[in-house]
Design a protein around this ligand. Sequence first.
Ligand SMILES: C[S@@+](CC[C@H](N)C(=O)[O-])C[C@H]1O[C@@H](n2cnc3c(N)ncnc32)[C@H](O)[C@@H]1O
Length: 362
Amino acid sequence: MEHIPVLKDHIVELFSPVDGTFIDATVGAGGHALAIAKALQNSKPQTPRPPSTWHVGQVNSKQNQSLKLNISNLNLASNLGFRTSSLQLIGLDRDSAALALANENLKTKMSKLGMDYNTIVTLVRGNFRDIKSILGELKIEKVNGILADLGMSSMQLDDPTRGFSFRHEAPLDMRMSTNSKIQDTNIKQIQNSKLKIKNSDLTAELIIKTWDEHKIADILWQYGEERFSRKIARAIKEHRRDISSTTDLAKLCEKCVPPRFRKHGVHPATKTFQALRITVNDEVDALKDFLRDAPDLLAPGGRLAVISFHSLEDRLVKQQFNELASNGGYEKITKKPIIATDDAIALNPRSRSAKLRCIKRV
Ligand SMILES: C[S@@+](CC[C@H](N)C(=O)[O-])C[C@H]1O[C@@H](n2cnc3c(N)ncnc32)[C@H](O)[C@@H]1O
């Protein structure tokens, strides 16, 4: 299924006018990144600026040679009639499969729009919890926009090998950071070994097979808000030898959640799967680290927007944004979170629980 970017028009509006250095910290399939690039296309005159005012951006200034290459790319781009701008789009993702897709999508779609993909976009494999050090590696000090669209993409959910979905028979893996080799030279691998993503050893299967019943109940309650957390955890403990796939676990959840407590159209294993995924990928602590470091990376006027899908995540975003605004130096752009309209939800059910909050550095 194609990934439909959640609250896309609101994102474009919050970041407009689009220019400068923009970090999509969860680039996924590149849907939001493309919308940002398109907004630039629509908001600027067609004539390229003279070379003296072009910003090459520190992203590519690591080696003099590559800087030179980029300047010549810009000249070539303008000669070929490509649109050039000061927009530098850095797309970050922890999943190499997502980056490969973003690379393909953005390259194709931006070229069709007459935009010079190679000059504008840099894709980096990394965890957004390391955003400060990653930007340091890229020699970028301040940025004009940062977006994080949390959770997983439709492609990850639909990939039967990843174990995120109870709809496909798969091993209980659920790790977001795949180790697949990145062939495309457009995707940067961070050199600093501390920041290199290692495929964590924790999988959903390891939790199911080895964790204490109470610890499992706690994560199901905390990260899934599953009211039958204790019952499911007990059943997992009793049957753990027989649970080896996503569908085994889904069937067990079905037995534990009485029909009268099931929501129409929501599978009884949904909350359990969400809780396991959040735990396997250490998503809550990664978000805390990101919220601690990202605001400081904004240039004056720069904005940080976060789309969350879970009350725990939204609470963290809300608390941090409130604190930043009350300490001064930041202004809340969204007094209340932006949520999807009924029409948008009908088009993209994933947006049902989305909450978008944004702050600006003053
Ligand atoms: C909802 S999708 C983003 C979709 C994207 N906005 C689009 O329009 O195509 C979330 C993406 O964030 C990535 N992700 C989740 N947690 C991350 C983290 N801590 N650091 C970097 N990427 C992360 C996932 O691998 C996934 O590709």
